[in-house]
Design a protein around this ligand. Structure first.
Ligand SMILES: NC(=O)c1ccc[n+]([C@@H]2O[C@H](COP(=O)([O-])OP(=O)(O)OC[C@H]3O[C@@H](n4cnc5c(N)ncnc54)[C@H](OP(=O)(O)O)[C@@H]3O)[C@@H](O)[C@H]2O)c1
Length: 268
């Protein structure tokens, strides 16, 4: 199975890394970028992938075509693809804010019978531990080959398209939100520790420890908090400050602002 990738920015590169890590041969990947320089930069890391500035060449040899450009470039890419025979191909869009119906409108009937799937991954697909939301306007049951390829890149959630942008916010943008929270915790620790490297290490380990504990059998976020918050002890004193704060309200505002922004993206 050959995989064509249109766009090699942050997510396009994460996809290439994840596919190769998951066992796809470099030779099975065909990359399309706007400039030779961009493609050469990727080929310095993966010398055996194929690269072309021609989308026609990419389409001709690819079974799956993944579109990884920004919403504002969707029109250009889809207009170009609409002139080609896409019969038997699967088009996968990673674009936030560009709906299946937007894409169907931009692709013409003369493209033939193609499958169209929207996926919303986060960049953790680069090390095969991503979160990927999937929506399709057809029955996904004929797409087992495609789904099993992407399943190798992380945790897959199939959901109605109107819910897909929630994955954009909670999982894709969520990685940056999580990093921001960890950074804030690191900065607070450093007020007590006064050694940036040690504060970094403690922060990443404490978050890892919390994740591993919660993932262990019979544990939950709530149970872990309760387990450590001894009555009248240090943890309880700190937790009560968090409980009385507007932290949840601030997080709601953060996710709402991001959600409003994704709803404003347009692909035409
Ligand atoms: N980054 C994430 O974590 C993330 C997560 C989920 C979904 N997404 C979605 O994935 C898409 C890409 O995001 P990104 O962060 O990778 O953006 P990015 O870093 O800006 O990369 C976009 C790439 O698309 C290329 N491009 C633009 N027009 C093109 C065309 N006509 N033909 C070929 N390549 C073209 C750009 O090339 P140039 O270098 O020449 O400009 C650039 O390399 C967006 O729609 C975004 O919503 C991103």
């Amino acid at each position: 199975m050959n995989i064509g990738i249109i766009g090699s920015g942050h997510l396009g590169k994460a996809l290439i890394a994840g596919l190769i890590k998951s066992g796809v041969a470099q030779e099975q990947i065909i990359l399309n970028a706007r400039t030779i320089e961009t493609m050469e930069a990727v080929k310095r890391v993966y010398p055996h992938i194929n690269a072309t500035v021609s989308k026609k060449e990419l389409v001709a040899v690819s079974d799956i075509i993944v579109i990884v450009v920004r919403a504002q470039n969707a029109g250009d890419v889809l207009t170009e693809l609409s002139e080609m025979d896409l019969s038997g191909k699967t088009l996968v869009s990673f674009m936030a804010g560009v709906t299946l119906s937007d894409m169907r409108k931009m692709l013409h009937d003369k493209c033939g019978e193609y499958r169209l799937i929207r996926m919303m991954p986060n960049v953790a697909i680069s090390f095969c531990r991503g979160v990927i939301g999937i929506s399709c306007d057809n029955d996904l049951s004929g797409s087992d080959d495609v789904i099993s390829l992407f399943r190798r890149l992380g945790y897959i959630i199939s959901l109605p398209e109107e819910k897909l942008e929630s994955i954009t916010i909670c999982a894709a943008s969520g990685l940056a939100f999580a990093a921001y929270l960890m950074k804030a915790y690191r900065d607070s620790c450093d007020r007590l520790i006064n050694d940036a490297a040690v504060s970094d290490e403690i922060t990443t380990r404490v978050f890892e420890n919390a994740i591993e504990t919660v993932r262990s059998e019979d544990s939950t976020f709530e149970k872990l908090i309760e387990q450590i918050s001894t009555k009248g002890g240090t943890t309880e004193a700190g937790i009560s400050v968090l409980r009385d704060s507007s932290l949840n309200e601030i997080l709601n505002q953060c996710l709402d602002a991001a959600y409003a922004r994704v709803k404003g993206l347009k692909g035409d």
